[in-house]
Design a protein around this ligand. Structure first.
Ligand code: ZN
Length: 475
């Protein structure tokens, strides 16, 4: 049985400039409240009169059909592939009645996430607006909103509810006002069980099937505690974890998830969830462990290089996540790891047969960054005799912090390997996988694992069945 891994990551997907909100001072307030008919009332109040406004997140055209303008002196519609509000005369208010969209969007966060137990998570980023001088200025945008230098209005969202409200891991009574910073976060309204731990707050849907709901907070605790021990520090900002159930209907299991700064969230549904299933559990553990590793990787305010160098952080996050999950299994995770790495090996071979790792994104094989990057992270660990992968990352982060742009990129990766004692031949072996068109990727990856001391073993069909897995906890 193959262990299937689906990839949904929204991290660093959109380059929308952060709202320049001064503490306490906002350009706009958006009040959001449920109406009796099931729609929501959304009312904006602006500090200065506005002429034209573009929704900062307009890639998906869902508002045209679901947002009903209530202000008579304004117009609302799709212009230049953007959702735009235009005023007849500059105005300081506009309001809408909206249908809360709960369907998942392409490459953006779900606007409203319903929890099976009646709770609701609202994505505040959907309300962010970018001001323009006129409709003509919006029509003249050539390469989409990110190409425009204008920043979103500094905005606060106001929500009042009878149920508990939780934002940034903190419970709020009655009335919430929250600054929408950067991509924003999710605001949770409802009665789901909230469990506070030292390093994270978990909001787990009370309607999750018992086999999962009863254990998952404990699993998360194990994941965070394990990572704290292995990284040797605690996160400077508490994380928030959402696990929402969309119900046990529909074939199989489907899920979507993402990370927003320190918020990690996953929505699951499907009839396969009803019965205990190790693969479902592994998948959820993998998702949260992988995303949690990213929190540790970026805790010192370093940034990831995107695109061509994504193998660096995605690969290490997978190595660390799988290692952690395996360590919690009775047999040391032997079967689990065999299955995971057999898949990773084959996926990486297939991706490299079409070209080097640095261009997998262009070839729509982005997830090869996880698979090949994982094998590279294992090899990096193996090549560095005196350092574990965690210690390598400590140094990598330290080196990034000392640079002006604090970016974890390829140059820094190979320099750090060199500083820690990897030979030129070892670095070249990895560099070739990243940059060269390989004649025989299978051979190159096998050699990578062999020379790193991982002792790869294959069965008669050529499937990778075993490696000498590192045991970081014991090192
Ligand atoms: Zn990731």
């Amino acid at each position: 049985m193959r262990y299937l891994v689906l990839f949904f990551s929204l991290v660093s997907l959109l380059a929308i400039p952060a709202a320049a909100a001064q503490s306490g001072k906002a350009d706009a307030l958006v009040s959001v409240a449920p109406q009796e008919d099931g729609n929501w009332h959304v009312a904006y109040t602006f500090e200065e009169p506005q002429t034209a406004l573009v929704f900062a997140r307009s890639d998906n055209n869902y508002r045209s059909a679901t947002w009903q303008l209530e202000t008579e002196e304004a117009r609302f519609g799709r212009v230049n592939d953007l959702d735009v509000i235009v005023f007849d005369d500059p105005a300081k208010e506009v309001s809408f009645s909206i249908v809360p969209v709960t369907s998942t969007l392409v490459a953006d966060y779900t606007p409203f996430i319903p929890f099976g137990d009646g709770g609701l998570a609202i994505y505040e980023g959907q309300f962010a607006l970018v001001p323009f001088e006129s409709l003509e200025a919006v029509e003249e945008i050539e390469d989409g909103l990110p190409s425009v230098a204008t920043e979103p209005l500094a905005m606060r969202i106001a929500i009042s509810a009878d149920t508990p409200i939780i934002v940034d891991g903190q419970p709020v009574e009655g009335n919430l006002q929250h600054e929408i910073a950067g991509d924003g976060t999710y605001i949770y309204l409802g009665d789901s069980e909230v469990e506070q731990f030292d390093s994270f707050t978990a909001i787990l849907d009370a309607s999750l099937p018992a086999w999962l709901g009863d254990r998952f907070a404990g699993d998360l605790q194990g994941i965070f505690a394990g990572l704290e021990a292995l990284w040797g520090f605690e996160l400077s900002e508490q994380a928030t974890v959402f696990l929402a159930s969309r119900g046990l209907t529909g074939k199989g299991m489907s899920n979507t998830g993402g990370a927003l700064d320190n918020l990690l969230m996953m929505e699951v549904s499907g009839e396969a969830l009803a019965e205990p299933d190790p693969n479902t559990l592994f998948y959820l553990q993998w998702f949260f462990a992988h995303e949690a590793v990213h929190l540790f990787q970026t805790d010192k305010d370093v940034t990831f290089a995107s695109g061509e160098d994504a193998w660096i952080h995605e690969g290490a996050a997978n190595t660390m996540a799988y290692n952690l999950i395996a360590a919690g299994l009775p047999d040391g995770g032997e079967k689990f790891l065999s299955s995971v790495y057999a898949s990773a090996f084959e996926e990486c071979v297939a991706a490299l047969e079409a070209g080097p790792l640095e261009t997998v994104g262009e070839r729509e094989a982005f997830s090869a960054n996880y698979a090949c990057g994982d094998l590279i992270a294992l090899a990096t660990d193996g090549y560095l005799k005196r350092k574990t992968l965690y210690q390598f990352w400590d140094r990598l982060i330290l080196n990034a912090v000392s640079m002006d742009d604090t970016e974890i990129n390829r140059t820094l990766y190979f320099t750090t390997m060199q500083l820690l004692g990897a030979t030129r031949a070892e670095r070249t072996r990895i560099r070739d996988i990243v940059e060269e068109d390989l004649d025989d990727p299978r051979e190159a990856l096998t050699e990578l694992l062999k020379t790193a001391g991982l002792n790869p073993q294959f069965d008669a069909d050529g499937t990778l069945v075993k490696l000498d897995w590192p045991d970081y906890a014991a090192e």
